[in-house]
Write a protein of this length. Structure first.
Length: 299
């Protein structure tokens, strides 16, 4: 049973239900999870450390574990997902768990990973605090989540259609965080040396409806608490698809007869505190005079 959400931006029961429904055929739709898992793994391989015990939070179908394939200095990898069906799909040492209420002891993990899952968390600051508390001193946190321009083409098209035909808007595509938001939240959660950056992945589709079909197959359909609970009007969807085609066909490098779908991927790396970690000097404690370094005008 899920604990009630403190902020309730997302319907967590719907998030779990969508993932449960998608689990059986996820291998046909997990291209984005797999691609981002590859990029996350590449960054982990640059960290020359050994991690006796690691946890993949929001593991979906185990894409991170398969991509790592025993690499990255990880001796034991645990996996958890909000969806029991997804956790079962991932295999290995996996279990069902809510990202907002992790059943993990403090100071027990050497590494926490999360791939495209935390953007569905209501209390992201609280989730970051729990992850930092679960890590041992000098433990490492690496994650990806969707950023603010994700699916902006779909968002715009649905907004135009609803405004024209229904005289108002309903939340359909989830709000996403910015790089600045994430950086501030990591510091507030007590992490040290946080680094946050962003990649953009553009996927091409024949039309808007194929994109929406794939999002359903990924378990990534809208779960905003205030979303419309009834089926969309056919006329509204057709108008949205028309706007999508008229505005975005051939945009970028997707080809003249296809439309793009943008996914902003925010990458996070951060460390739990340790007394021996390097610290920034306090203002005014520098021992070099800048004037002694800069070239002087001798004319």
């Amino acid at each position: 049973m899920l604990t009630p959400d403190p902020l309730n931006l997302f319907d967590r029961k719907a998030v779990r239900s969508h993932r449960d429904r998608a689990a059986s055929a996820l291998q046909d739709y997990n291209f984005l999870f797999s691609e981002v898992a590859e990029r996350l793994t590449e960054r982990l391989l640059d960290v020359k450390r050994t991690f006796p015990l690691a946890l993949d939070i929001g593991c979906h179908g185990g894409e991170v574990a398969r991509t790592l394939n025993g690499r990255g200095g990880i001796e034991t990898l645990l996996q958890c997902d909000l969806s029991p069906a997804m956790a079962k799909k991932a295999g290995g040492l996996s279990f069902a768990a809510d990202e907002e209420f992790l059943p993990v002891k403090d100071n027990s993990l050497d590494l926490v990973l999360s791939n495209l899952s935390l953007h569905w968390v209501n209390d992201l600051p609280g989730a970051f605090v729990q992850i930092r508390q679960a890590l041992k001193q000098d433990g490492f946190f690496m994650a990806t989540l969707l950023g603010e321009r994700t699916l902006h083409e779909l968002r715009e098209s649905l907004m135009i259609a609803e405004t024209e035909l229904e005289g108002g808007l309903s939340p359909r595509v989830s709000p996403y965080a910015t790089v600045q938001d994430i950086g501030g939240l990591l510091q507030r959660a007590g992490f040290t040396m946080p680094v946050v950056d962003i990649d953009t992945i553009t996927v091409s589709y024949p039309d808007m409806f194929k994109l929406m079909h794939d999002l359903r197959g990924m378990g990534e359909t809208g779960s905003v608490s205030e979303r419309r609970k009834t089926f969309s009007r056919r006329a509204t969807l057709m108008r949205a698809a028309q706007h999508y085609n008229d505005t975005f066909v051939g945009f970028g490098d997707v080809g003249e007869d296809r439309v793009p779908a943008t996914f902003d991927i925010i990458f996070i790396t951060a460390w739990s505190p340790h007394p021996d970690q390097p610290k920034a000097l306090k203002p005014g404690t520098a021992t070099v005079n800048l004037a002694d370094i800069l070239a002087q005008d001798k004319t």
